[in-house]
Design a protein around this ligand. Structure first.
Ligand SMILES: [Zn+2]
Length: 399
């Protein structure tokens, strides 16, 4: 499980390798970027290296494009590496929301793990961060979904982030630094992770999820660089809902309120599919990440409304992906997500300005869904906008 497994993150690699080379590895890292682009993998690689008894120099892969002639990496053979790879290194701690189920306090266990609570942070991080490592070398804590750390949990961590004791390292994983309190941000060393190239996501989907090239192409376009997200969508068969959603756009032109209704139903279907195998942030199929197997992999964690909101957002992202293809074709480019869909070409006859309005309306709807506004009203209004933009010229023509 070498560093080179983390692909297309040259800047992150460079930052980390420079720190390793200088011998001054920051004790509090913040890995920021969208889920499923390699943040958790990188954190696991770094953790293994910090725990390894005999780190070595390796040649960086050519495609890493770094100017460095060598990288530090774990040996992969010492007892620490073996323990780590087996998922049982005593000095490696994965911290995630649903750890509350393993908390000694029954009341904490019973609570729904909507956020990463101060109880989890106190018991699983702060109470043991100061103890000396079981195997002498280091203690590494990887905190997943740090954007969901409650303010009190973040405040409780401040002192530890400021001055992590001895050989302790904390790696916070977050979607973006801005989602953490400024006091937390300023105490961490930031490393930004980018989206993965679409072609890479597409190829990996075909290979790992064994889906057909059309589905892979669409999903790669949908996720905009997150392989982890694409894998999850592939597993839940999301591509199956695309034909109905293409139809629904046409329906919006004739009967906007019927289209809105259909979207609400589609979102429910997607939520059911997602509920069957909900993986919180499994990242890029990283089974070697060590730690607890039972990592947030239980649906009842959030209330059902959360899953439904997420499904509504996914549904809107699909609409947006379809409309972006319409936009591409309208300005003379080839469609990226749906190369063989006849309707895309038809709708591309609308004025580019109107198509842009429709795409903006989807973005507005996403924003409102995130604010927990009423989905029915949001979808009604979106369908009416799509009808008035995408199909405005069509109506004029038929008169
Ligand atoms: Zn080793």
């Amino acid at each position: 499980v070498p560093f080179s497994d983390v692909q297309f993150q040259p800047i992150a690699h460079e930052r980390i390798q420079q720190a390793l080379r200088s011998g001054r590895v920051p004790h509090a890292y913040l890995f920021a970027g969208r889920p499923g682009v390699g943040r958790e993998m990188m954190a696991a690689r770094l953790a293994q290296l910090l725990l390894c008894a005999a780190p070595k120099d390796v040649q960086p892969p050519v495609e890493a494009g770094s100017g460095m002639s060598s990288w530090r990496d774990a040996c992969g053979q010492c007892e620490d590496c073996r323990l780590f790879q087996g998922g049982g290194h005593p000095d490696f701690h994965r911290i995630y929301r649903t750890l509350n189920k393993h908390h000694p306090d029954k009341l904490v266990q019973k609570r729904k793990a909507l956020d990463l609570s101060v109880d989890v942070i106190r018991h699983f991080v702060l109470d043991c961060v100061g103890l000396s490592p079981s195997r002498q070398r280091a203690k590494v804590f990887v905190i997943s979904e740090s954007e969901r750390l409650s303010p009190s949990a973040q405040n409780a961590m401040l002192k530890t982030l400021e001055e992590p004791p001895g050989q302790s390292y904390l790696i916070m994983i977050a979607t973006s630094a801005d989602e953490l309190l400024p006091t937390t941000q300023s105490r961490c060393h930031h490393v930004q992770f980018n989206g993965l190239p679409g072609e890479f996501v597409q190829t990996a989907l075909i290979k790992r999820a064994q889906i057909d090239p059309d589905a892979a192409r669409f999903l790669a376009e949908l996720v905009q660089g997150s392989l982890g997200q694409a894998m999850q969508y592939a597993r839940q068969g999301l591509y199956g809902s695309v034909p109905a959603l293409i139809e629904s756009i046409g329906l919006a032109g004739e009967d906007p309120l019927a289209a809105s209704k259909l979207w609400q139903e589609q979102a429910k279907t997607i939520a059911e599919g997602a509920g069957e195998k909900k993986q919180v942030d499994a990242e890029v199929e990283d089974e070697s990440a060590g730690g607890d197997e039972d990592d947030g992999d239980d649906a009842p964690v959030g209330p059902e409304t959360r899953t439904l909101r997420e499904a509504q957002l996914t549904m809107l992202a699909i609409l947006s992906t379809i409309l972006r293809d319409v936009q591409r074709v309208s300005v003379g480019h080839a469609p990226a997500a749906l190369p063989r869909e006849r309707k895309i070409g038809e709708w591309a006859g609308a004025a580019p300005r109107e198509i842009a309005k429709a795409i903006r309306a989807v973005a507005t709807a996403e924003f409102q869904i995130e604010l927990n506004a009423s989905a029915g009203l949001i979808f009604d209004s979106l369908a009416i906008t799509i009808s008035n933009t995408l199909f405005a010229t069509a109506v004029v023509k038929t008169r």
